[in-house]
Design a binder for this molecule. Structure first.
Ligand code: 8DG
Ligand code: MN
Ligand code: MN
Length: 371
């Protein structure tokens, strides 16, 4: 069998922000398995194990070819004995017994099901599981459980939201958002971010950053945009979070902390295409629209580049950007700012390119950030 020459002394960085990772994944068989292990570790709050498998997943995604034997892994960072044992299993049997075991585990299955609902996080899922519930019917039948607004919307539009969106649907939404925003501020900036900016063909939601060239004009804009959606009859759900942004604060060291920009988590009606319309004609398909998840974030123009970099992802790319900044440059980076701890100054940037340059990193375009 022919195999590509093992590319001689590989130098693969331990940081995802120094690797180029497109959406083409040659090692899906391994990374799918690892993603189950990551999720299991997350459910068990085993942070170390979670991080180990996330980093291994990310390294495998960056490779330009499929791993055929453990020898192919020589010189690669972040692949320890645990990850190699799982890969060996897959290379030998086509699957990992450990992963198979998790996939049939009652608790894993219940938590996986519950967290698939918009608005249901790990803690809530765990609570429902401990009450003895395993299915949605059981959750709904329990009147000691009070659902919040977001969870109610999550159940109401469950199958629509679970289906996610195509690239074409994301583009259609982009035009709707842009038209609406520009009716209020004609020269407003509407930038696609998240997975679709990285070139993904489908996503669980569409993420947009909205701002205005004139500083201060972005204030109050989001509320007016949401009102227009309501008036157009396409607003199904929204949770509006006011800005808690403070210019003087140092960047956060905690990755999972949410950023402080004004934002809105939405469920909108998206009109169905004609092609789709005449296919299946069950109850749901007869509706002329379906529910889709949209996130809107509104930073001031001065912080646009940081917000864009932070919201473009992937999550692993972001995590490693911050880890690189801290450990290799003694700088703090988050969605708002970059701070040099040695010089004790904030480093401003108008573009993503400038942020990479400030960090002394080669620029990685969005479509190579699929770490
Ligand atoms: P997907 O929607 O196709 O599943 O993938 P994604 O676009 O990469 O994921 P996402 O969950 O929509 O998040 C997009 C990026 O936004 C991700 O890299 C992390 C970043 N992000 C923040 N703050 C927040 C936040 O408060 N909530 C969420 N969900 N994402 C955030 O910087
Ligand atoms: Mn997204
Ligand atoms: Mn999102």
């Amino acid at each position: 069998e022919e195999r590509p020459e093992p590319s001689s002394p590989r130098r693969v960085s331990q940081y995802a922000c120094q690797r180029r990772t497109t959406i083409t994944n040659h090692n899906k068989i391994f990374t799918d398995a690892f993603e189950v292990l990551v999720e299991q570790a997350e459910f068990n709050e085993n942070e170390g194990r979670c991080l180990a498998f996330m980093r291994a997943t990310s390294v495998l995604k960056s490779l330009s070819g499929a791993v055929r034997c453990l020898g192919d892994l020589e010189g690669l960072p972040c692949l320890g004995d645990q990850t190699k044992a799982v890969m060996e299993d897959i290379l030998e049997c086509g699957k990992s017994s450990k992963v198979q075991e998790i996939l049939s585990d009652e608790k894993y299955r219940a938590l996986k099901l519950f967290t698939s609902v918009f608005g249901v996080g790990r803690k809530t899922a765990e609570k429902w599981y401990r009450k003895g519930h395993r299915t949605f019917d059981e959750v709904h039948a329990d009147d000691t459980i009070g659902l919040n607004r977001m969870q109610k919307a999550g159940f109401l539009y469950y199958s629509d939201i679970l289906k996610g969106l195509s690239r074409a649907e994301a583009d259609a939404l982009g035009r709707i958002v842009e038209n609406t925003v520009r009716k209020i501020v004609p020269d407003a900036i509407v930038a696609l971010t998240g997975g679709f900016r990285r070139g993904k063909e489908c996503g669980h939601d569409v993420d947009f950053i909205i701002t205005t060239p004139a500083l201060g004009e972005h204030e109050g804009l989001l509320g007016r945009v949401v009102n227009k959606f309501q008036y157009q009859g396409i607003l199904l759900y929204h949770e509006h979070q006011e800005s808690t942004f403070d210019l003087t604060k140092l960047p956060s060291r905690r990755f999972e902390a949410m950023d402080h920009y004004e934002k809105c988590f939405l469920v909108l009606k998206l009109k169905r295409g004609l092609v789709e319309m005449d296919s299946q004609m069950d109850d749901a398909a007869q509706r002329q629209w379906r529910a889709v998840r949209v996130d809107l974030v509104v930073p001031p123009i001065t912080h646009f580049a940081f917000a864009l970099l932070g919201w473009t992802g992937s999550r692993q790319f972001e995590r490693d950007l911050r880890r690189f900044a801290q450990h290799e440059r003694k700088m703090l980076l988050d969605n708002h700012a970059l701070y040099d701890k040695t010089k004790k100054v904030f480093l401003s940037a108008k573009t993503e390119e400038e942020i990479f340059a400030q960090l002394g990193l080669e620029y990685i375009p969005p479509w190579e950030r699929n770490a």
